[in-house]
Design a protein around this ligand. Structure first.
Ligand code: KPL
Length: 290
C-alpha cells in the first residue's frame, strides 16, 4: 500500500512517521527548506516519541493508493492542481477549517473528510515535536473509502473513529478554532488565558454564540462556548496554531475558520459580526506583516 502525505509540515510529518514505522510505504511531499531538511537529514521526532528516521521525500506528488492532505487550507487549490497529475484511489483531508473537502469533491471521485486533535509542532525544518496523542475522526464525504483510511490508521495504532456525519465534526472543530485561535493570536496568549482573562472570555462567548447560531441553522446542536472552554482549559499551555502562524510572520487560516461562519451566517440571513471582526483584525495583521 503506497501512501502519499501531501504537505509534510508538522501534522503531515507526524502522520507520515506513524504510518512509516507501522510498515507502510510512505512518500512525504514537502517544499523549500522542509524538503531539503527531510532529504538531507531525514525526519527527527521528539516529544511523545524520540526518533530519527530516513524518509522518502518528493517535491511533487507521485502515484499512490491513498493520499492524506495536510497542506494549509489556503493551499488546497494548488495541491489539487498537483494531484490532478497523478493516479490515486482516494484522498483524506486532515486539514483545519471548512471548505477543503468541498473543493476536493469537485476534483476527485473519492474524498474522505477528517478531523484530528493530534498535536504536532514544527520545531525546525525536518524536526517535529509530537505534542499530544489526540483522536482522529474520518467519514465518507464523497464515495465510500473512509473504511480504508480507518483500517490503515488502526494498523498504525492511530487513535481513530469512523463517523457517519463528518460534516458535523468539521463544523464542530471549526467552531472551537473560531473561538480560541484568533483571540489567542490577537492577545498573544496561551489557550488557557482566553478563559482566565474575563475581558477575553467576554469576546470568546460572543464569537461562540454566533458559531452556535450557524450550527443550529445547519441542524447541529452543539454548545460551542462550553466545548471551547473545555478545550482551552485542557490545552491551557498550548500556543494555538494561529498564534504560532502570526508569531512566525506566516499567513493564517482565518478565512477558512471564522470566515466560514461569516459566509454561512450570511447564507442564513444574519451577520456574524464578532467572527467578521476576527477575520478583519487577523487579516489586518497579515497584510501589515507582508
Ligand atoms: O486546534 C487547535 C489549534 O491551535 O489550531 C486548538 C484546539 C485550539 C489547540 O491549540
Amino acid at each position: 500500500m503506497r501512501i502519499l502525505i501531501m504537505g509534510a509540515g508538522a501534522l503531515g510529518s507526524l502522520y507520515g512517521y506513524l504510518l512509516l514505522t507501522a510498515g507502510f510505504d510512505v512518500t512525504f511531499v514537502a517544499r523549500g527548506r522542509q524538503y531539503m531538511a527531510l532529504k538531507e537529514r531525514g525526519l527527527k521526532i521528539s516529544g511523545l516519541v524520540e526518533d530519527e528516521i530516513r524518509v522518502d521525500v518528493a517535491s511533487k506528488p507521485v502515484d499512490s493508493d491513498l493520499v492524506f492532505l495536510t497542506v494549509k487550507a489556503y493551499d488546497t487549490r494548488n495541491a489539487i492542481e498537483d494531484l490532478r497529475r497523478i493516479r490515486f484511489k482516494s484522498i483524506c483531508s486532515l486539514q483545519n477549517g471548512v471548505g477543503n473537502e468541498e473543493l476536493l469533491s469537485l476534483a476527485f471521485d473519492s474524498v474522505v473528510g477528517g478531523v484530528t486533535t493530534y498535536g504536532a509542532n514544527l520545531r525546525d525544518f525536518g524536526y517535529v515535536v509530537y505534542a499530544g496523542k489526540g483522536i482522529t475522526y474520518v467519514g465518507d464525504y464523497k464515495g465510500e473509502s473512509a473504511g480504508e483510511f480507518y483500517d490503515l490508521m488502526k494498523t498504525a495504532k492511530i487513535n481513530v473513529e469512523k463517523v457517519g456525519d463528518i460534516r458535523r465534526k468539521i463544523w464542530e472543530k471549526a467552531s472551537i478554532n473560531a473561538v480560541i485561535n484568533p483571540l489567542t493570536a490577537l492577545c498573544r496568549v496561551e489557550n488557557g488565558k482566553i478563559v482566565s482573562i474575563p475581558e477575553i472570555w467576554y469576546v470568546a462567548e460572543r464569537i461562540a454564540e454566533e458559531c452556535e447560531k450557524v450550527m443550529n441553522f445547519l441542524g447541529y446542536r452543539y454548545q460551542v462556548a462550553r466545548e471551547a472552554r473545555a478545550v482551552a482549559i485542557k490545552t491551557a499551555k498550548n500556543r494555538s496554531s494561529m498564534l504560532q502562524d502570526i508569531e512566525k510572520g506566516r499567513r493564517t487560516e482565518i478565512e477558512f475558520i471564522n470566515g466560514a461562519f461569516v459566509k454561512k451566517g450570511l447564507e442564513f440571513g444574519f451577520e456574524a459580526v464578532y467572527n467578521k471582526l476576527m477575520v478583519k483584525l487577523i487579516r489586518g495583521i497579515e497584510v501589515g506583516m507582508a
